[in-house]
Design a protein around this ligand. Structure first.
Ligand SMILES: NC(=O)c1ccc[n+]([C@@H]2O[C@H](COP(=O)([O-])OP(=O)(O)OC[C@H]3O[C@@H](n4cnc5c(N)ncnc54)[C@H](O)[C@@H]3O)[C@@H](O)[C@H]2O)c1
Length: 267
């Protein structure tokens, strides 16, 4: 088999993509992949220092036009500001990737109601507010796509992750409702990653190890053994799925919740 390497097709040239949680992890990789395909980027995140570093990299490596905004996705007023600055800077907004997320790790009986509420505020209300903020602009443009980052945890319950699982299931539900409401102008899809060794995942291993006494490496190995494809997902695997769903190649796909989980769950 012959392998040829080539630069990505500039399928998002002239388009503008807003990525939340874009300062690190998956969000940063998704923004990089969209920028490499020609998009101008609006990066929104709570962490302003990491935002600046990510934006500088995008501009250096891909010559991308990038705007950064500090934003708590659970806050209505922050969304107004992010969307206003995106449209002021670039004059349009073609893609939203609702990627920002958080989790709390505890059994229901040991968990804090405030921590549960915060997971819902970020993972569910954040996705709702984002779609509510951008859909009028996309509908007026007669063009747009939204990808919401759900999870394997959105398709099955998991011990210690009540709020996270419930919130990610809600993301799939919100995606379906928005897809119906926004059709035929805007497509709305979700991506459900499996296990990616980002900072969020490292934190989960550490907490589970503290809770159970099982070594962190042993937990990681057990999860890897369960994975039919025998490798964890990489941020670039998720970014590739987001780019596909955001592109015209996916013009007949809406309301989908696409597994990118190495075969860990098939539904
Ligand atoms: N890592 C995994 O294995 C995995 C698996 C499935 C789904 N996901 C989902 O992928 C998304 C990205 O996860 P990650 O692994 O890159 O996590 P991460 O913790 O490495 O990065 C999350 C980013 O979101 C930002 N953020 C958190 N709360 C925010 C808020 N209220 N407003 C704005 N920004 C906020 C953080 O500052 C951070 O930059 C999340 O929605 C997560 O639930 C991750």
């Amino acid at each position: 088999m012959t392998h040829t390497s080539s630069a990505p097709v500039l399928e998002f040239a002239g388009e503008v993509a807003l990525v939340t949680g874009g300062a690190q992890g998956l969000g940063r990789e998704i923004a990089t992949a969209l920028a490499a395909r020609g998009a101008s980027i609006v990066l929104a995140d709570l962490d302003v220092d990491k935002l600046s570093a990510a934006a500088a990299d995008l501009a250096d490596q891909h010559g991308a036009r990038v705007v950064t905004r500090r934003c708590d996705v659970g806050m209505d007023a922050d969304w107004d500001e992010v969307v206003r600055s995106a449209v002021q800077t670039f004059g349009r907004l073609d893609h939203l990737v609702n990627n920002a997320g958080t989790l709390d790790i505890a059994r229901i009986v040991d968990s804090s109601p405030d921590a549960f509420r915060r997971v819902v505020e970020v993972n569910v209300t954040g996705v709702y507010l984002g779609m509510r903020a951008v859909l009028p602009i996309m509908c007026e443009q007669r063009r747009g796509s939204i990808v919401n980052i759900s999870s394997l945890a959105g398709k099955k319950g998991m011990v210690n992750l009540a709020g996270y699982c419930a919130s990610k299931a809600a993301v799939i539900s919100l995606t379906q409702t928005a897809a119906l409401e926004a059709a035929p102008i805007v497509r709305v899809n979700a991506v459900c990653p499996g296990v990616i060794n980002t900072e969020m995942q490292q934190r989960e291993y550490r907490i589970l190890s503290d809770m159970t006494g099982e070594a962190r490496e042993a937990i990681e190995q057990r999860w890897l053994d369960d994975m039919p494809m025998k490798r964890f997902q990489e941020p670039s695997d998720i970014a590739a799925a987001v780019c596909f769903l955001s592109s015209e190649r996916a013009r007949q796909i809406t309301g989908e919740a696409l597994n990118v989980n190495g075969g860990l769950l098939m539904d």
